[in-house]
Design a protein around this ligand. Structure first.
Ligand SMILES: [Mn+2]
Length: 415
């Protein structure tokens, strides 16, 4: 990964007399001595390749020569004994390409020295907040601290600058998403090999997640959804405690995290190995919508337009099945968007859903129909890379044709 190139782009987009201060973050306390698994600030990871806590990236554009400094924690032998190795100065230099790496205890003094120069007019922090009612992120807390400490210096938000960059993936990033997709494919095959009436939804989840870990994925990229029967109609069902019944479908929405990058795939399988007629009719409509989005996905198109194309196919299908009379009623059976960006986050940064897609964008393609009265929930989700003149389905190899799925399942039926 060329983190140097990314930082250079940030330098160019920053105002002239500005300094960027970006924290990787600190662990979130759960209770007693338990901490939530650490997740580094995504923009910090994007600009450095590092994902540990207590690191700080400082990019000083106001200095005579623009200067980048990385601060890391010094390895304390006692802490290392209990919690494992820390990144060393040499490793940090090697990964990030930053020449100046200093220990974190000199950060405050260094910052004071920079601010005393008197030439810094603005400070950039990652001020992103998903929802205002969320607990403020560590970077937001720090931004507020500095705003109070250095009155008269304006606080700028780094997030839109990096978000814009993160929306187009480079070849290295695409390669990582492809790996995440490949592991997900293997995981889904393992689910299919074992799927049978009477098993629990959490067992399908376990069959998938075993492969994720066995093949070296970091972890599932989000809480695995394994919803059988009516549970398949609940969009973010993740209880996974019910029994898979003969004649029902199971909807599996899942993914793998691979070196920081996510896949996000959904497949809907017949628990007993065969789709019944009605399930197949609904499945074919959803598949048609999935393929229509693949046909339409290219530079210049927006996520909103892709969703309109998807909705039209689903609506026509629902009219044919007698579920609705007019296209406008399709919202009764399809209530989410067909696509979102995918990358370091499963729902990756998006400046606006009305922005025209550019080459390098990686998005999902996930039409679905959720028919409570028939206890049928079907979603077919693929991951797509926008290319110069169209798109590449990164998950093309993951079985989605009903015949192919049935044939595959029949090979593993107990005789
Ligand atoms: Mn998705």
């Amino acid at each position: 990964m060329n983190y140097e190139v990314r930082r250079q782009e940030v330098f160019e987009k920053m105002e002239k007399k500005a300094v960027l201060v970006l924290f990787s973050g600190i662990e979130t306390h759960v209770s007693n001595d338990e901490y939530a698994p650490f997740e580094a600030n995504r923009n910090f990871f994007y600009l450095t390749g590092l994902r540990r806590d207590r690191m700080i990236l400082v990019m000083d554009k106001a200095a005579k020569e623009p200067k980048t400094t990385l601060y890391i924690e010094e390895a304390d032998p006692t802490v290392v004994r209990w919690t494992g190795k820390k990144v060393s100065v040499d490793e940090a230099k090697e990964i990030t390409g930053i020449d100046t790496v200093r220990y974190i205890d000199s950060f405050e003094t260094d910052m004071n020295r920079i601010m005393r120069r008197g030439d810094v007019e603005s400070l950039y922090f990652d001020c992103f907040r998903y929802q205002l009612e969320d607990m403020p992120d560590y970077n937001v807390i720090k931004a507020e601290e500095y705003a109070k400490k250095y009155l008269g210096v304006s606080i700028k938000n780094l997030h839109p600058i990096v978000a814009e960059m993160r929306m187009q993936k480079d070849a290295d990033e695409v390669a990582l998403i492809k790996e995440a997709v490949r592991v997900t494919d293997e995981g889904l095959k393992n689910v299919l090999k074992n799927l049978k009436p009477g098993q629990k939804e959490y067992q399908a989840q376990a069959d998938f997640e075993y492969i994720v870990h066995y093949l070296g994925g970091e972890r599932p990229s989000f809480a695995t959804i394994a919803g059988s029967g009516i549970n398949g109609t609940m969009l973010h069902y993740e209880t996974n405690r019910d029994t898979c019944k003969d004649g029902d479908l199971i909807l599996l929405d899942l993914g793998t995290k691979w070196e920081g990058y996510c896949s996000d795939i959904t497949r809907t399988y017949p628990i007993n190995g065969k789709y019944n007629e009605r399930q197949r009719q609904v499945y074919d409509i959803v598949l048609k919508a999935n393929r229509a989005v693949v046909e339409a996905a290219k530079p210049g198109v927006t996520l909103v337009e892709l969703n309109d194309i998807c909705k039209k196919v689903l609506a026509e299908g629902c009219i044919e099945l007698g579920l609705i009379k007019e296209e406008s009623e399709v919202g009764k059976y399809y209530m989410h968007g067909v696509a979102h960006h995918l990358g370091i986050d499963v729902h990756d940064v998006t400046v606006s859903s009305n922005d025209k897609l550019r080459p390098g964008a990686v998005i999902t393609d996930e039409p679905g129909l959720y028919i409570d009265e028939w206890e049928i929930g079907i979603r077919i989700e693929d991951d797509i890379l926008i290319t110069e003149d169209g798109c590449e389905v990164l998950s093309e190899a993951i079985m989605r044709e009903p015949d192919e799925i049935e044939t595959f399942m029949s090979k593993f039926k107990e005789c």
